[in-house]
Design a protein around this ligand. Structure first.
Ligand code: ADP
Length: 822
């Protein structure tokens, strides 16, 4: 117990008095002593006991203090850190055992030595500074220094820490005369710290070098506060790879990338801003000099410095551009594109889909393409479609769909799945084309093809038919003219044979006329000669014409004009009208074996409606529309009973239409047919066509005509001579064009020239030209087949006044001559 904690004096007095009471009587009997003395003796006794007790307690306290001191000394000596007490000049005044061991020198030798002499020379200023600081500031100071003890001078006594780094923590004593220093060996700690630092540095370097981004530490160069350039302090390998720039550390940006300041002034601005404000920025940049796209993050670690971290995003940018191009292409594509999710809900559609279907994008997004279904495409097609695309295959097909307005349309579709990396379906893409028009054209085309094929067949049948139709009359002519050579043939037989020969010639001529008419119609060269025509007269003539044949077949031919003669005069091409009626009556005659043939007309407003009706075999319903086609016959086989070219009705139809009417048929098989056609009931004469003009301008018919016939074929010449016999006509002959011109020169009295076209030495066209130069007023009639437009033009060019078709018909020829001179 410490002294100051010894029981207080009053406490001691009371305990001593207690003690005396106990021993009173035993010690001495003071009853007889004077009171003052007894009191004094008693007081002394108390003092004595008091002293004795005090001594005992002091002895105990001392022992306790000694024990405590020993314990503290032990603690001091054996503490894990060294304790050294030094003077201001670092002289060691005291030190514990641990510090002694740290020095490895006997304690007695250390005392009086300066601590600083055991420190590495380089570290001594550090320690001196610390000592100065601690004494002057009287606050705790520390430093780290290396112990260095000369082994040769001081033999080692214990584990010595020479070469170790120690931390010295110093405080000055209260009186300020000495300083207590705690010495701790921090070599291991420092090593660990260094190792940690190195590791961290290594990590940093590895990170720096192996990063996928390029990094550059740079210093900004400012001029008048404006960023003008920068210096690359450090760059990583990736920087070099990405930019292709090598060995640039320490170099300026402008030096490394020529033209940089001009082309990248914007980037320079950003770097300057980041370096001065410290605010990080991120941007994309196209480096023109390097031709690469970079994504750049810039930040600043130190004022006027900046770090750029960047990635070469050129490929991504290119992909972006490609993507943009593709997206523009899809947007503008004339093909429809629809993209759906795996459930078929529409996510995207291009504008073409809107034009195809009439639905707006808002109306379609989120919808299922079922919205387009018309219900006309079979369920099996949709089943196959889904099976195909769900299996990852491409489906191609055609669907008949419905637009928003209900209109049906056809589309061709190519639908396929877009897959995720794991093979699952992310989307379906459908590429659509409206093929409605194509389908229609195809249908038309195939119908046309069928028609062409049919026409080919018809043509073949026609050729066979025509050849048969030609041979038959030619056989008749040749055969019976041969028989006529026999002198024993009777007069009756002669007449009969002549009749047959004539009929055969007529039949042949009819066929040839049909062919010529047909080819003119086909070439668009048919000319109309519109004149005043008495319809009633035509009808009457036809009756006379057909009477023999009608009588021969035992039929009846009845004519019913619909207007009085005076009102039956119309403006039309009379020969065409006659031809139409002849064709129809001839057919009626051909296809009727008993009964009547009626024909006539009636007026229907501004039209005349003609009819030819028979009680013949009739025409099947399916053929009634077709018989007006060229070559078309109800029975197209060669074994047909009723002969014909199959051209009559097509020619009639063409003529009717040219004259401004229409033609049709009604018929019942086995009962007969009625053909009706209309013509305008007009009395106005339309302007005649070019070749039909002229006669009015020519001289009146002379009382005696002198005609020059230019013809190299003697038979044709003879025929014409015979045809003109009996008329008051003198004929001169030329066998070629040249001769014709010569004769014209010699005979100014010639009134008319009949000019063949194909002649030796000089053609009819050439001769006509020369004759017209000599005598422009002399009428020239070209006699030819004139089947082509070219021929017609040549005739016109040569200056001819008219033409006549071979074989020449007597009436036609005389009519023409008369017309020219009337
Ligand atoms: P064709 O020279 O063969 O008579 P058309 O063009 O005049 O040529 O007639 C075509 C076809 O129409 C005939 O072959 C015949 O089958 C049918 N036809 C025309 N007129 C009649 C009719 N009055 N009665 C029955 N069939 C007819």
């Amino acid at each position: 117990m410490p002294i100051n904690t010894v029981t207080s004096l009053s406490d001691l007095r009371s305990r001593a008095e207690e003690h005396i009471k106990k021993i009173k009587g035993n010690l001495l009997d003071l009853s007889s002593a004077p009171e003052e003395m007894v009191r004094l003796i008693n007081e002394l006794s108390v003092y004595q006991i008091e002293l004795e007790m005090q001594q005992a307690e002091l002895i105990q306290s001392r022992s306790e203090i000694e024990t405590s001191l020993n314990r503290y000394t032990e603690l001091y000596e054996c503490a894990p850190t060294g304790y050294v007490t030094i003077a201001r000049d670092s002289t060691i005044l005291e030190l514990n055992l641990t510090a002694t061991a740290m020095f490895g020198i006997e304690r007695s030798l250390l005392k009086g030595h300066r601590f600083i002499s055991f420190i590495l020379a380089a570290d001594r200023p550090v320690m001196n500074a610390m000592i100065d600081d601690v004494f002057s500031s009287k606050t705790h100071q520390y430093c780290e220094v290396t112990l260095l003890i000369d082994d040769a001078q001081y033999p080692l006594i214990q584990s010595r820490l020479s070469g170790h780094t120690v931390r010295l923590d110093a405080v000055v004593s209260d009186d300020g005369k000495e300083c207590r220093v705690i010495v701790a060996d921090i070599t291991e700690r420092r090593k660990a710290a260094e190792a940690a630092l190195k590791m961290s540095e290594d990590h940093h370097r590895l990170l720096f070098e192996n990063m996928l981004n390029g990094i550059a530490y740079c210093r900004m160069i400012f001029e008048d506060g404006r960023p003008v350039d920068f210096i690359y302090d450090q760059v990583n390998t990736r920087f070099e790879t990405l930019t292709g720039l090598k060995n640039i550390e320490g170099k300026k940006g402008s030096e490394v990338i020529p033209g940089f300041k001009k082309t990248s002034s914007n980037m320079l601005e950003i770097y300057g801003r980041v370096a001065s404000t410290g605010q990080p920025e991120r941007f994309e940049f196209y480096g023109e000099p390097l031709k690469i796209w970079l994504e750049i993050s810039v930040f600043s670690l130190k004022k006027d410095n900046f770090v750029t971290i960047f990635d070469n995003i050129t490929l991504r940018k290119q992909a972006d551009i490609e993507l943009k191009k593709l997206s523009v292409a899809i947007e503008q594509s004339p093909t429809g594109v629809v993209i759906t999710d795996p459930l078929g809900n529409i996510e995207y559609l291009n504008p073409m889909i809107t034009s195809m279907t009439g639905y707006s994008p808002d109306e379609l997004k989120g919808q299922n393409p079922r919205i387009f279904q018309s219900g006309l495409t079979s369920a099996s097609i949709y089943k196959e479609l889904w099976q195909t695309i769900l299996s990852g295959e491409v489906w191609r097909g055609e669907l008949q769909n419905k637009k928003k307005n209900g209109e049906l349309y056809w589309e061709s579709d190519v639908i396929s799945a877009v897959l995720h990396h794991d093979g699952s379906i992310s989307n379906f893409v459908s590429v659509k084309n409206d093929i409605t028009e194509r389908k229609r054209l195809l249908a038309e085309l195939s119908a046309a093809k069928e028609k062409v094929e049919e026409a080919e067949l018809l043509k073949a049948a026609f050729m066979a038919n025509i050849s048969h139709e030609m041979r038959t009359p030619v056989n008749g002519i040749l055969g019976f003219s041969e028989l006529l050579k026999n002198p024993e043939v009777s007069k009756e037989e002669q007449a009969e044979y002549n009749d047959i020969i004539h009929q055969s010639g007529e039949r042949l001529l009819h066929l040839i006329n049909d062919l010529i008419d047909f080819s003119r119609i086909e070439a668009g060269e048919t000319m109309l000669q519109i004149t005043e025509t008495s319809v009633n007269k035509q009808l009457k003539d036809l009756q006379a014409f057909f009477k023999p044949a009608i009588d021969k077949k035992g039929l009846r031919l009845r004519c019913a004009p619909g207007l009085p003669d005076t009102e039956s005069i119309i403006e039309t091409d009379s020969s065409k009208l006659s031809q139409i009626l002849t064709n129809l009556i001839q057919n009626a005659l051909k296809f009727t074996n008993s009964g009547d043939i009626d024909y006539g007309y009636s007026r229907k407003d501004s039209m005349l409606e003609f009819y030819v009706s028979d009680s013949g075999i009739g025409i099947p319903l399916n053929m009634q529309g077709k018989i007006f086609d060229r070559f078309r016959q109800v029975d197209n086989t060669l074994t047909q009973f009723y002969k014909g070219s199959g051209l009559g009705l097509s020619i009639s139809k063409a003529y009717v239409e040219m004259l401004g009417g229409t033609i049709q048929v009604t018929s019942t098989e086995g009962q007969g047919s009625t053909f009706t056609f209309t013509l305008p009931y007009t009395t106005q004469t339309p302007k005649p066509s070019a070749l039909s003009t002229g006669p009015s301008a020519l001289n009146p018919l002379p009382s005696a005509l002198k005609i020059l016939i230019a013809e190299d074929d003697s038979m044709s010449t003879l025929l014409m001579k015979k045809m003109l016999q009996g008329e008051n006509i003198t004929i001169l002959y030329a066998v070629n064009g040249r001769q014709a011109v010569e004769i014209i020169k010699l005979h100014p009295e010639i009134n008319l020239v009949l000019m063949d076209v194909q002649m030796p030495e000089m053609s009819g066209f050439e001769a006509t030209k020369l004759i017209k130069q000599l005598r422009p007023d002399l009428p020239v009639i070209i006699q030819t087949a004139l089947t082509t437009k070219e021929d017609r033009e040549k005739a016109q060019e040569a200056g001819s006044n008219s033409f006549i078709t071979k074989p020449i018909n007597k009436t036609e020829l005389l009519n023409l001559i008369h017309k020219l001179f009337s």
